[in-house]
Design a protein around this ligand. Structure first.
Ligand code: IMP
Length: 301
């Protein structure tokens, strides 16, 4: 029988991919699990040397579980294209090259499909080739015990890629029942039916069935602190900081009563106080700013 997780338990999200860590942390938030990423724990990223999604998920989950002494959840995922016999598949990340350039990876996919005359003729409304995203989750325990959970989402590809949301191959994938690519959809819309959400549903059924989800886990008087904290911890660019500030403003407008600061002067005083107390950080500049802005909204003088 699959081993269960209990509320309050620490769980390592065994990934160094910020998009995935954010998405998995969001999925775990209502279950009161204390999710920490392998990156935050300074765990090394193991080589993915297997040829199956299960094999690679297992390598990542076991490395994190043995390195941290905590149960660890890893995801191995990718894009499978029927016309390319399932490629790029387990090599989806590799197609982006060492610089993880997904513009390059999508161009490679576009070229491989063009070489097989797989794109609709210009001006034709036909859909592009069939494809699916797949996610295999592995929950590993420090003693080596493992359990696997799979989710898929089917759809078709478009060329050229469209939209700037999401990550990886999102701008060229249209899920069935949609006309927009994942890159054009709001992240919440994507997560609602994504391959990872589906794999997570299977994981939840087997491992979290005794934990009742609470809408309030990680929330204080309406403030979704878990989501805000995860967003601050995963951003890297000036544009992402600007989006985060917009999110923080929306939180202030909706839940201002739950902010420690009751006026702008209070907020600046909290900011000043927090800057005096805050621990040393190696965070990149934009992420550090986001964390400081969020911390000041909670800081009690
Ligand atoms: P890995 O699971 O870290 O080995 O990498 C899987 C790769 O598959 C990612 O780097 C992306 O290129 C691709 N991929 C997996 N899930 C998604 C998704 O939700 N959107 C777009 N690309 C994805």
């Amino acid at each position: 029988m699959t081993r269960k997780l209990i509320r309050g338990m620490k769980l390592v999200v065994a990934s160094h991919n910020k998009g995935k860590v954010w998405e998995i942390s969001e999925l775990l938030a209502p279950y009161g699990l204390n999710a920490i990423s392998a990156g935050e724990l300074g765990l090394a990223e193991p080589d993915e040397t297997e040829t199956t999604f299960e094999g690679n998920a297992r390598i990542k989950a076991i490395a994190a579980a043995t390195g941290s002494g905590l149960p660890s959840l890893a995801d191995d995922s990718g894009l499978e294209i029927e016309l390319l016999d399932g490629a790029p598949g387990v090599y989806s990340a590799n197609w982006a090259g060492p610089s993880k350039d997904f513009g390059l990876a999508m161009k490679k996919v576009g070229d491989e499909i063009a070489a097989r005359n797989g794109w609709p003729a210009p001006g034709k409304a036909d859909a592009g080739p069939r494809a699916n995203f797949i996610s295999v989750l592995c929950l590993a325990w420090p003693d080596g015990d493992c359990a696997f959970f799979t989710g898929k989402v089917h759809g078709h590809l478009v060329w050229p890629p469209r939209g700037g949301n999401g990550f990886g191959y999102d701008p060229m994938f249209v899920p069935d029942g949609e006309t927009r690519t994942y890159g054009e959809m709001d992240p919440a819309e994507k997560y609602a039916g994504s391959h990872r959400t589906r794999a997570f549903a299977a994981f939840k059924r087997d491992c979290l069935d005794q934990i009742a989800p609470t809408a309030t886990a990680g929330k204080i008087a309406g403030r979704d602190l878990q989501a805000l904290t995860a967003a601050a911890a995963s951003l890297s660019t000036r544009e992402e900081l600007a989006q985060f500030v917009q999110r923080l403003r929306a939180d202030l407008q909706a839940n201002g009563k739950a902010w420690s600061a009751k006026s702008l002067d209070d907020y600046f005083a909290a900011l000043q106080g927090y800057l005096g107390d805050m621990p040393e950080t190696k965070d990149p500049q934009w992420r550090m700013m986001a964390k400081v802005l969020l911390a000041a909204s909670l800081y009690e003088r």
